[in-house]
Design a protein around this ligand. Structure first.
Ligand code: GLC
Length: 403
């Protein structure tokens, strides 16, 4: 099934509608009412979708994101832009101890997004303009987020995973599998206070409060280091290209060594890398960077993706396996379908030639949007739209165009 032309048009319309300007910068808000700021991985998704419609807008999205990079190389996960202090009472106007941005990051999709834009127009000057920012961001992650040099990148707060309330983090927040959203939010805000105390100095924050190596974050790191290596090569920095490629390989090998068991990858916690065996969509994410063997991918797909007890639902793919205690079809990151996770799984399936399965995910994603609109999440059993409205992630269906 091709993406219906009307859906492509509605996607572009939504991105235009959510576009904002601040001085010389242009960015896109994920949802005007619920998420009225700029977010890191959202902007990368926007740039990927915009590469189908308007390359200048895609480039601007990344330029605004990179413009607020910290001196140490980190790119904050939120940019408030209109920040006038913290007068605004919006729930997400959190005091991160910095002005105008958060102090934590998000899955590093930016090199991948930049490479996708380059592939459309072959414009070297854009890559030249942003190379230094990319170089420092990925070096920051390699240097500061891996204090023991085990080649796995750590997150210091669940929000850095992009899946704020995922049950992968319950035990680390001392929460049972079933709890309400408010207590989860409070726990994460307490962690922000701890992070402020350690000055967001990642190695120390990890050691003292939250030492997690998350599977999708590291998968994304591997694939993005590969993109960065291609970018470096194009720019004639062949030593950098080799270096980033080697780093990608190192992370991939470490993931295999420390996260995998019987062909499945699990996020880990603590300095001794204990596995967090909660089945979420993250088990499929290694396919995105082709980290599984063909046999492993086949058994993952047949035992889990297509299994009605776990991840096969009327409106797949639920973000949490239906046989987990924590599964909740309406719970924030605890069961509902999100379009970005569907997109990652779609791309991953294609790496292994599962074109029919990928096509089914695309078809279900399209039918969810046609049924319930551009919502933030969807109940996997009923297809009902949940959370934010006019939410941009649904536009990623435009990029499900390879099967
Ligand atoms: C929610 C999501 C996060 C996203 C943000 C803005 O907090 O969990 O991944 O970046 O909304 O869309």
């Amino acid at each position: 099934m091709d993406i219906p032309e009307s859906l492509r048009a509605r996607s572009y319309e939504l991105l235009k509608k959510n576009q904002r300007h601040f001085g010389e910068f242009t960015y896109t808000v994920p949802s005007p009412n619920t998420y009225p700021y700029q977010w890191l991985w959202d902007s990368c998704f926007h740039a990927i979708v915009l590469s189908h419609f308007d390359l200048e807008a895609g480039k601007n999205e990344l330029l605004s994101l990179l413009s607020r990079q910290f001196d140490n190389g980190m790119i904050p996960h939120m940019i408030y832009w209109d920040d006038q202090g913290f007068k605004n009472t919006h729930r997400l106007k959190i005091d991160w101890g910095t002005k105008g941005t958060s102090s934590i990051t998000q899955p590093p999709m930016v090199a991948y997004a930049a490479w996708r834009i380059f592939q459309k127009n072959g414009e070297i000057s854009f890559l030249e303009k942003i190379y230094k920012n990319l170089f420092h961001f990925y070096k920051y992650l390699i240097n500061e987020r891996d204090p023991h040099e085990r080649h796995l990148i750590g997150i210091i707060n669940p929000d850095e995973s992009g899946e704020d309330n995922s049950p992968r983090f319950d035990s680390l927040l001392a929460l049972p599998p079933i709890h309400n959203e408010e207590i989860n939010y409070q726990k994460r805000m307490m962690l922000v206070e701890e992070n402020k105390k350690c000055n967001f100095d990642a190695p120390f924050c990890m050691k003292n409060f939250f030492w997690v190596k998350d599977v999708p974050f590291n998968v994304i790191m591997v694939e993005n280091l590969r993109s960065l290596s291609h970018i470096a090569e194009k720019l004639g920095h062949s030593y950098d290209a080799q270096y980033f490629n080697k780093e990608a390989e190192n992370v991939a090998l470490s993931m295999r060594e420390l996260m995998s068991e019987d062909g499945m990858y699990w996020s880990t916690f603590g300095e001794d890398y204990q596995k967090i065996k909660v089945k979420t969509w993250a088990i499929f994410s290694p396919m995105f960077a082709k980290l599984l063997s063909q046999d492993e991918a086949e058994s993952l797909v047949s035992n889990y993706l297509l299994n009605p007890i776990s991840f096969s639902a009327k409106y797949s793919v639920p973000t949490v396996s239906q046989d987990e205690l924590s599964y909740s079809p309406n719970g924030f990151w605890r069961g509902p379908v999100w379009m970005a996770t569907n997109w990652f799984i779609y791309k991953g399936l294609l790496q292994y030639g599962f074109n029919d399965e990928a096509r089914k995910i695309k078809e279900r994603s399209i039918s969810l949007i046609e049924r319930s609109g551009f919502r933030e999440q969807f109940n996997p059993e009923t297809g009902e739209g949940l959370g934010a409205e006019d939410f941009t992630w649904g536009t990623l269906v435009v990029d499900m165009d390879e099967d």
